[in-house]
Design a protein around this ligand. Structure first.
Ligand code: HEM
Length: 134
């Protein structure tokens, strides 16, 4: 399948343009390294092993940006606000989450346009996940 010629750049999904699965796996892996080293944020994650959470998040982003739809095959409709309801996502958690995400995005060294698109989305999505005042 890999030999099938891709269309012009305009026809590629964002997922393909930034390097496909490998890029999203790198992003999420780096992000979870930040979470693992941040005791306050780490305490929010229920499982002892962050591996499964890393996998869910990677599959979600891959699907969101136009890659395979494995996330929904395994987890159903994302309904992310609902899935975050059990966790107290307050301003501090939001800021910590975005800080680690910023480090992870920086390490991808994307083109400025791709980086801006990805970052704008993450900032918007993080704000929409806040469910606890303070
Ligand atoms: C704003 C700060 C945020 C905090 C503190 C936070 C925290 C968490 C926690 C504690 C979990 C449970 C981990 C697990 O899967 O076991 C989780 C799951 C998840 N989060 Fe977040 N999150 C935040 C923002 C976001 C954003 C902005 C996105 C999407 C762009 C996102 C996507 C996900 C996904 C896809 C899952 C797994 C959902 C599933 O169960 O299938 N999160 N998050």
């Amino acid at each position: 399948m890999n030999e099938i010629r891709r269309g012009s750049l305009e026809e590629q999904t964002f997922y393909e343009q930034v390097g496909g699965e490998e890029t999203f796996r790198r992003l999420v892996h780096r992000f979870y390294q930040g979470v693992a080293g941040d005791p306050e944020l780490r305490a929010m994650y229920p499982e002892e092993d962050l591996g499964p959470a890393e996998e869910r998040f990677a599959l979600f982003l891959i699907q969101y940006w136009g890659g395979p739809r494995t996330y929904s095959e395994e987890r159903g409709h994302p309904r992310l606000r609902m899935r975050h309801a059990p966790f107290q996502v307050d301003r501090a958690a939001h800021d910590a989450w975005l800080r680690h995400m910023r480090d992870a995005v920086d390490e991808l060294e994307l083109s400025p346009d791709h980086e801006r698109q990805l970052w704008d989305y993450l900032v918007y999505a993080a704000a929409s996940m806040v469910n606890t005042p303070g």
